[in-house]
Design a protein around this ligand. Structure first.
Ligand code: URP
Ligand code: ZN
Length: 462
């Protein structure tokens, strides 16, 4: 018995076509007209878009920051993902100091296995570089972890330039891709120390101590290291116009830069940090790194989306409750856990503020939230595309509804959303994960965690 979606508008990276889709044995079995076979379940989705299940390239679930754990774990985070049309997430397994990559990977498997409601894969964040780690990068590739991450900021996580160089040379050798958090951590630490010495403790100073030029400086430095190492670099969560300019310069010189940004850097700006004189702690909700930037940056990134400079959008979902977690930094902004929620709303935000406002087409959107991620992270064409033989990860979006985003209606396990009160166009009426209908009319209809680990290939564009 199969399932046939009839009368939908199927979104491919290039065009939107009216055709039916028949699902059998977890994959797309056929596309076209007159596909119904005996005993098939038929769902009429007239007028709705059918999108490839979205892929979030950047989540942090069940992450221990040293003072607290993220509010969302793999259970709640993947539930939120799938309700919002994301059928695969790529989470950052993170190596603790002194730990092997294998140990870190095992930890992350334990966190996710049998708990995930959408499919998932891992990047490996390397925080303690040494010869064994270099050797074990191949082991990660063999385990389906074909991408890595290094931090250029955060005292306890950041690596040195030489380590970046050595890791890039190694990753080039084995076909991996390394993502970089680009901010100059040493200078940020100096600015933070100085602010605290001067009794500047409000969340506003999180933003003031992380100026835009420290992102573009790190991008420039990374691009030069990538050039010397002759390796591609993936820049995660780009937030600034200045950074984008550096990336364009690097690409013009032949450096291969894979570029990710996130909805918060398109839709939110630094006015959320309030004023220096504000007594309120509300700004803590927006304490994330990099911080929110200026409206000029929002515009420059939209332009980067429109002209194809930005390859895909993740969320950097790293949620902490306002009450009980963000307030760890009530007297000291540097103790506020960094990050915010987003996994649930990314597809809706890009549809509402990208497609419906005429900035991008629905086809551009499907590339940005799905196809390009699948290609860069070795999931294509199993995922990221609607075609015969691909996993039946399908999102049915009714374009004709409008509501408001609010924390009270969200699935993610956190007590606020940075998008409170934002309008939300469209509603996700069905989500299929490998052919299983798991969401109907924005609610779960199957309450078991059927998400599976995705062993990924190295980058593949064919
Ligand atoms: O503030 C953020 N983004 N926290 C998560 C860690 C990171 O920088 O990706
Ligand atoms: Zn992150």
């Amino acid at each position: 018995m199969g399932t046939v979606l009839i009368n939908g508008r199927v979104v491919t990276p290039e065009e939107t076509i009216e055709c039916d889709i028949r699902i059998e044995n977890e994959v797309i079995e056929s596309m076209g007209k007159n596909l119904i076979k005996e005993n098939d379940k038929v769902i009429d989705v007239k007028g709705a878009y059918i999108l490839p299940g979205a892929i979030d390239t950047h989540t942090h679930f069940d992450l221990d920051t040293g003072t607290t754990f993220t509010a969302d774990n793999f259970e709640t985070g993947t539930k939120a993902a799938i309700v919002g049309g994301t059928t695969t997430i790529l989470d950052f397994a993170t190596q603790n100091k002194g730990e092997s990559l294998e140990e870190a990977l095992n930890n992350w498997h334990k966190k996710a296995q049998y708990k995930a409601y959408c499919d998932y894969g891992f990047h490996m964040a390397i925080t303690d570089w040494n010869e064994k780690v270099s050797k074990d990068m191949q082991l990660m590739i063999d385990e389906g972890v074909t991408s890595f991450k290094m931090y250029m900021a955060y005292k306890n996580l950041m690596v040195k330039d030489r380590e970046i160089y050595e890791a890039l040379v190694r990753s080039k050798e084995i076909g991996g891709l390394i993502g970089f958090h680009c901010e100059n951590g040493d200078i940020i630490d100096a600015l933070v120390d100085n602010a605290k010495k001067n009794h500047k403790t409000k969340p506003y100073y999180h933003f003031k101590t992380r100026p835009a030029c420290l992102e573009s400086e790190a991008i420039n430095r990374l691009a030069s290291i990538g050039e010397v190492a002759k390796a591609p670099v993936w820049i995660v969560h780009l937030s600034t116009e200045m950074g984008l300019k550096e990336i364009k310069k690097a690409r013009a010189k032949g450096v291969e830069v894979v570029l990710e940004s996130c909805p918060q850097y398109l839709l939110l700006d630094n006015s959320y940090y309030g004023k220096e004189t504000d007594e309120s702690f509300e700004a803590a909700k927006y304490v994330m790194s990099p911080p929110l930037r200026g409206k000029n940056d929002n515009e420059a990134l939209w332009e980067g989306i429109r002209n194809g400079d930005i390859d895909f959008l993740g969320t950097d979902h790293c949620s902490f409750n306002y009450k009980g977690q963000k307030d760890l930094g009530i007297d000291d902004f540097s103790k506020i856990p960094n990050g915010g929620p987003g996994v649930e709303h990314r597809v809706y935000l890009m549809y509402t503020y990208g497609v419906c406002e005429g900035k991008i087409s629905i086809n551009d959107m499907s590339r940005l939230v799905s196809t390009n991620a699948a290609k860069n992270f070795g999931l294509y064409p199993k995922k990221g595309i609607i075609q015969v033989g691909s996993d039946a990860d399908l999102v049915v979006l009714n374009p004709n509804t409008e509501t408001i985003i609010t924390k009270d209606k969200q699935t993610q396990n956190v007590d606020y959303t940075p998008y409170e009160g934002f309008k939300r166009k469209g509603s996700i009426e069905h989500v299929f994960l490998r052919g299983n209908e798991v969401v109907k009319d924005e609610n779960f209809i199957d309450n078991s965690p059927i998400g599976l680990y995705q062993r990924r290939n190295v980058r593949n564009f064919d």
